[in-house]
Unconditional design. Structure first.
Length: 316
């Protein structure tokens, strides 16, 4: 099958990411232990930015101001969902950081270039979101203007909307959402860093969540629009009274879930259908004597139920 022959493998995708970052003069920091040392805030590392918190606050990093990593993470909040096509507890994140070096003007065009030119995603299926503003920080007009310019370079006249249900209508490509969607921080204690963010979504063409009915929004659980990366503009820190204060530097903190990204690039709607999980699934077949069932996209509900146990075991 020609499609399979030319499809990028997960290893090729990782290499592509590493090359892209090195071309942009970033240094790779190693994958750290899942168990945090000297950090009582969390049991397991749950995002790629963990080793960088102090440096986002201004401490000088020995490897410089431009960094990237591929970090293994554990997030248990979705453990009850594991078994469907989309959830994981153990996953990897690709990430890049600017520690007070470049800001939105380099991150956002780079983000699009990586996904479209290097990973080969169809720009016509890409949508983005930005922070629409509140009492702490204003609407992120800078990102809105940048995204318009970036889309234009790819031949698209992108328009802005604050209605998440406008997705798929007209030229709406850029969506302004509130704090629940477009603001990132780890916790809510003094010293936490955070800021507005800009996420990218990929249109899967169908609702991949068989339990979703009714209209579709950019940020809902229908599975139609899948989040494939988040650029956080970390520029604030919580003070003693839990008020946000400006940090001394403006940082970029980008993270993207690798398994999800691979499924989008490989054109499958089930993350467990990628080459990351196929060998594990095969091994479970051998051990259990049960068969992974390949079903058509139209059989989503059946498919989700059929392979549920396979996925749960594969994730664990
Ligand atoms: N910190 C952000 C996240 O985890 C981006 O790295 O989504």
């Amino acid at each position: 099958n020609l499609l399979i022959l030319i499809m990028k493998t997960s290893n090729e995708i990782k290499k592509e990411f590493i090359n892209f970052m090195e071309d942009r003069v970033h240094k790779m920091i190693p994958n750290i232990s899942l168990i945090l040392i000297n950090d009582p805030s969390l049991l397991f590392v749950n995002s790629g930015m963990f080793p960088l918190v102090n440096y986002l606050m201004g401490e000088e990093h020995p490897m410089g101001k431009r960094l990237f990593n591929i970090q293994r993470c554990v997030r248990t909040q979705d453990i009850e969902e594991v078994g469907d096509t989309r959830h994981h507890t153990l996953f990897e994140m690709i990430g890049n950081w600017s520690l007070g070096d470049y800001f939105k003007e380099m991150q956002l065009p780079g983000f699009m270039e990586l996904y479209v030119k290097r990973f080969g995603l169809d720009v016509n299926k890409i949508y983005v979101t930005v922070f629409k503003g509140d009492e702490v920080a204003p609407r992120d007009d800078e990102s809105i203007e940048l995204w318009k310019k970036i889309y234009k370079e790819y031949g698209i006249e992108a328009e802005y909307s604050e209605d998440p249900y406008d997705v798929g209508k007209g030229n709406f490509r850029i969506f302004g959402l509130d704090k629940g969607d477009n603001w990132w921080q780890r916790g809510n204690t003094p010293g936490e860093v955070g800021g507005p963010d800009s996420e990218m979504f990929f249109d899967m063409g169908v609702n991949t969540n068989p339990n979703h009915t009714g209209p579709v929004a950019i940020n809902d659980e229908s599975g139609r629009y899948v989040e494939i990366g988040n650029s956080v503009f970390i520029q604030f820190k919580l003070d003693e009274n839990l008020n946000w204060q400006q940090l001394s530097q403006k940082n970029v903190d980008f993270g993207g879930g690798f398994e999800r990204m691979v499924s989008v690039i490989q054109g499958v709607i089930d993350n467990y259908d990628t080459d990351l999980f196929k060998p594990i699934i095969k091994h479970i077949e051998e051990l259990s004597g049960k068969i992974w069932k390949d079903t058509e996209i139209t059989d989503l509900k059946v498919r989700e139920a059929q392979n549920f146990n396979f996925r749960a075991v594969a994730d664990h």
